[in-house]
Design a protein around this ligand. Structure first.
Ligand code: SAM
Length: 275
């Protein structure tokens, strides 16, 4: 590999590599190693602690599916909580919903927000300046276990369960989320690429099942989250997400559609068996 290449180190013996046409920023923040670079195929790319987090070219797929499936299944999502999501893509998609009156975003690393506002302006598209946003810099697990607020939708857009993101896959986090979900509320979370991170699916299925009355997964294929379909976890004490028809709403999207919404709950057997 040329010296200007970036090798993802999420998996010990296999990974994707990028030619870095230009390194735009690299540093060790208080919480994690962060690098932003240009690549001919994917545009600007950000990686945290050796794991690809987002690219300009395919970010819309993940951000639309993690946001609109719970939001379109809720009759009137007015209060939304985002955990993580420092690149601003989830926030941008949440704010497309006119029902939303207030979004709280809890991001552990302020540097990610600052740098993504500068280097990935198309991710947030001004969302960080929206008056409905309450941005909290802190650990998501602490916030959900301390807040008295209630939310209609909680979205965990975290890194993988290594480093600062690890706590966002624990029962303590899930119990905190359950406590701050309003009646009829729904929780969703990124839960890894199931073919390669099957233990994440099994562990989340078990822990979510110990906390919530209903839980499951839905899937999306994100090109730069390599290894096949990504599983997104859902959980609620009152809503069976797969059985809720998405409400009619013309959204400006490039991936999400009502048909995709219904199809994404069809799980391959090797994933369904984990439930
Ligand atoms: N889309 C990516 C994925 O699926 O892997 C995640 C993108 S986003 C960049 C992940 C964010 O989670 C980062 O900004 C990171 O700083 C944040 N994060 C990690 N651990 C956290 C924690 N415990 N509390 C709040 N934010 C956290």
């Amino acid at each position: 590999m040329s010296e200007l290449s970036y090798l993802e180190t999420l998996h010990p013996s296999w990974g994707q590599a990028f030619i870095m046409d230009e390194v735009l920023f690299e540093s060790k923040t208080e919480h994690q190693h962060l690098i932003i670079f240009n690549n001919a195929q994917w545009g600007r790319v950000m990686a945290l602690d050796g794991v690809i987090q987002t690219t300009e070219r395919d970010e819309f797929i993940y951000h639309e599916m993690l946001t609109h499936v719970p939001m379109m299944a809720h009759p009137k999502p007015q209060r939304v909580l985002i955990i993580g999501g420092g690149d601003g893509g989830i926030l941008r998609e949440v704010l497309k919903h006119s029902d939303v009156e207030q979004v709280t975003q809890v991001e552990i690393d302020e540097a990610v927000v600052t740098l993504c506002r500068e280097y990935f302006p198309n991710h947030s598209q001004g969302a960080y300046d929206d008056p409905r946003l309450n941005l909290v810099i802190g650990d998501g697990v602490d916030f959900v276990n301390q807040t008295q607020q209630k939310f209609d939708v909680v979205i965990s857009d975290s890194t993988d369960p290594v480093g600062p993101g690890e706590v966002l896959f624990t029962s303590r986090f899930y119990q905190g989320v359950q406590a701050c979900l309003a009646e009829g509320g729904v929780f969703v979370a990124q839960n890894g690429v199931s073919f390669l991170q099957g233990d994440e699916v099994r562990t989340s299925a078990q822990r979510l099942g110990l906390t919530f009355a209903k839980r499951g997964f839905y899937t999306v294929a994100v090109p730069t989250y390599v290894g096949g379909i990504m599983t997104l976890a859902w959980a609620s004490d009152s809503v069976d997400l797969p059985s809720v028809m998405p409400r009619g709403f013309e959204l400006a999207t490039r991936y999400y559609t009502p048909a995709v919404h219904q199809a994404c709950f069809a799980l391959p057997r090797y994933v369904a068996e984990q439930l």
